[in-house]
Design a protein around this ligand. Sequence first.
Ligand SMILES: CC(C)(COP(=O)(O)OP(=O)(O)OC[C@H]1O[C@@H](n2cnc3c(N)ncnc32)[C@H](O)[C@@H]1OP(=O)(O)O)[C@@H](O)C(=O)NCCC(=O)NCCS
Length: 219
Amino acid sequence: MKKKVIILGGLGNGSVIANAIIDANQRGYDEIGFAGYLNDREPTGSKIEGLPVLGKLSDVKTFLEQGFYFINTIYRIDGQQERIELFQNLQIPDSALATFIHPLAYVAPNVELGAGCVAMPNAAISSGVKLGKCCLVMVNATIGHNNTIGDHCHFAAQSCTSSFVEIADGVHLGLNCCVRENLKIGRNSTLGMGSVLLENIGNNEIWAGNPARFIRKTK
Ligand SMILES: CC(C)(COP(=O)(O)OP(=O)(O)OC[C@H]1O[C@@H](n2cnc3c(N)ncnc32)[C@H](O)[C@@H]1OP(=O)(O)O)[C@@H](O)C(=O)NCCC(=O)NCCS
């Protein structure tokens, strides 16, 4: 029987992942099915692009007791630490986090995926990669071989990392960026869209450009 999955979030990462789950089901994938959103901004009972808002984040416990599974999509570039804490405070056990690999994604057989990770269509996760919990690998993102990645990282569409990159928790890689091999990216840092990273990034830093330069600390 399909696991019933609730997405924490809404329009944006939440809705694109919800639609990818629905698309996967239409292709015959039946491990999980999308049930609805928990969203603190939209009223319970409303719809986001036709898909139901079932409640608020504070309703997690009720839905956990009813046997639902969860995917977290509530991230942002500034304030990532707060978002991660918001999620951690919900105390969802790993066993109730759904991992979703769209049938058009490539995930090498020896990849270690943490609970609650998502690999969207045409994402490619190469051999020897270790991903922590709740990472979102969006469409066409490519993670190079032997990367080690923390929890709550977001790989925007078309982002690309080379081999042996070490990425800490809460990192955002922007649209269409690329990262040279053997580099390290610190906690809650961001690489801007279209950037080419040639140096290590520290914690809570935003870098962008080609070659990427330090822009500012995160707020
Ligand atoms: C890097 C980023 C976070 C910076 O945002 P910001 O702090 O609002 O930065 P600003 O727009 O004020 O720009 C600050 C400076 O950085 C430059 N800059 C910003 N983003 C840049 C990028 N991606 N590449 C090159 N330069 C960039 C700006 O030109 C500006 O330079 P200046 O001071 O010489 O004029 C943002 O531009 C970005 O790339 N976000 C990622 C978008 C993305 O991946 N979205 C996916 C969502 S699913």
